[in-house]
Design a protein around this ligand. Structure first.
Ligand SMILES: NC(=O)c1ccc[n+]([C@@H]2O[C@H](COP(=O)([O-])OP(=O)(O)OC[C@H]3O[C@@H](n4cnc5c(N)ncnc54)[C@H](O)[C@@H]3O)[C@@H](O)[C@H]2O)c1
Ligand SMILES: CC(C)[C@H](C(=O)O)[C@@H](O)C(=O)O
Ligand SMILES: [Mg+2]
Length: 359
């Protein structure tokens, strides 16, 4: 098949990990006879430096003209000034909103080869397989916000958590559909004991699930309790659906089940148009430029890209198997090495490539 893929490496380790995923995509094209063309775009801090905008129009056009987008990460201390006109993260929020990418799918699967990499006990993490659906274009991230100076010179700032029925319905539907192909359970996470938005979320979830997915088991868990259950009994969860900020926080926490942020990919999907694929982690300024970042999250995001946007299931599975193989042989980047010997970002990319070419 022919496909155009937009590459947006972004900032910090984004550049390092996207380079490794790109090599894998090139190898997929060569091995399976596809024609992939890559177009590069600026996003985040590098885009602010070059154009003054975190998401230049040109990048958006490139993305709209592509079948899928692979993104590294945005942000870093250089652009952290709280009074700056714009921030790198604004570029990411804008691309999600502009492309209507309301569903952020984040699989959290503990590899049998990596149980030692988790700070949690083996009996807790072994066998964990959770699929998060994080709503991505609503909630506190996109509600009305502002800042004003009070008469006494102090300041007040606010953000608004806002959701409408149709925004909740569409993400709940995707979660219900996914559960049907899995263990048929959906957990909805909210704060309905306090927030009006969560009460609407809960009612809408119940209505959609009862009417359209009566065969799927459902439960509600409050966000604070979920933060605990996620690490005390993670095997209780199959599909989890939640609003934007709760999903952001819970999935970073959840990365400690497999053992590292550097292992978790994600897909951001809309009703139509290109999907956006990225690791869940950020630009990791503490390790950027050292060549030690784990590229597996981004390589696995490339596998999700092949599966969801290009419908190349065999190719996606081939990449996932190559990653498994490399981990089964004991190769580790520093984040999952537990102080033992570690390979570099580039070497990990090469090892996956070799394993991919060998099968
Ligand atoms: N999607 C994104 O682009 C995205 C996501 C999260 C954070 N950010 C941005 O990234 C910047 C840094 O944020 P942060 O430090 O809070 O979060 P981060 O995810 O960048 O890093 C958190 C910790 O995890 C480690 N880590 C992350 N990815 C890793 C990898 N692939 N291999 C090994 N270790 C890895 C980092 O070294 C760091 O110690 C901020 O500007 C933030 O806004 C961007
Ligand atoms: C960088 C930031 C805007 C982003 C988010 O909060 O969505 C990140 O943390 C993520 O998880 O993709
Ligand atoms: Mg996050």
């Amino acid at each position: 098949m022919r496909a155009q893929i937009a590459l947006l490496p972004g900032d910090g380790i984004g550049v390092e990990v996207v380079a490794e995923a790109e090599k894998l995509l090139l190898a997929v094209a060569a091995k399976f006879g596809h024609e992939f063309s890559f177009v590069r775009g600026l996003i985040g801090g590098c885009a602010i430096d070059a154009t003054g905008e975190a998401l230049p129009d040109e990048t958006l056009s490139i993305c709209r003209a592509s079948q899928a987008i692979l993104l590294g990460a945005v942000g870093g201390p250089k652009w952290d000034n709280p009074s700056a006109k714009t921030r790198p993260e604004a570029g990411l929020l804008k691309i999600r909103k502009e492309l209507g990418l309301f569903a952020n799918v984040r699989p959290i699967k503990a590899s049998p080869y990596l149980v030692q990499a988790s700070p949690l006990k083996t009996e807790i993490v072994a066998g964990v397989d959770i699929l998060f659906f994080r709503e991505l274009t609503g909630g506190l991230y996109f509600g009305e916000s502002g800042r004003k100076t009070n008469p006494d010179g102090s300041e007040t700032a606010f953000n608004t958590m806002i959701y409408s029925t149709h925004e909740i319905e569409r993400i709940v539907r995707l979660a219900g559909q996914a559960a049907r192909g899995r263990r048929k359970k959906v957990t909805s996470v909210d704060k309905a004991n306090v927030l009006e938005v969560s009460r609407l979320w809960r009612q809408t979830f119940d209505r959609v699930m009862q009417a359209e997915f009566p065969d799927v088991q459902t439960e509600h868990v409050l966000i604070d309790a979920m933060a605990m259950h996620l690490i005390s009994k993670p095997k209780n969860f199959d599909v989890v659906v939640t609003e934007n900020l709760f999903g952001d926080i819970l999935t970073d926490e959840g990365s400690m089940l497999p053992g590292s942020m550097g292992l978790l990919p994600s897909a951001s999907l809309g009703a139509d148009g290109p999907g956006l694929y990225e690791p869940i982690h950020g630009s990791a300024p503490d390790i950027a430029g050292k060549g030690i970042a784990n590229p597996l999250a981004t390589i696995l995001a490339a596998a999700m890209l092949l599966r969801h946007s290009l419908h190349l299931e065999t190719e996606a599975v081939a990449i996932e198997k190559a990653v498994d193989h490399v981990l089964s042989r004991g190769h580790r980047t520093a984040d999952i090495a537990g102080g033992g010997p570690a390979v570099s970002t580039v070497r990990m990319g090469e090892l996956v490539l070799e394993a991919f070419l060998a099968v």
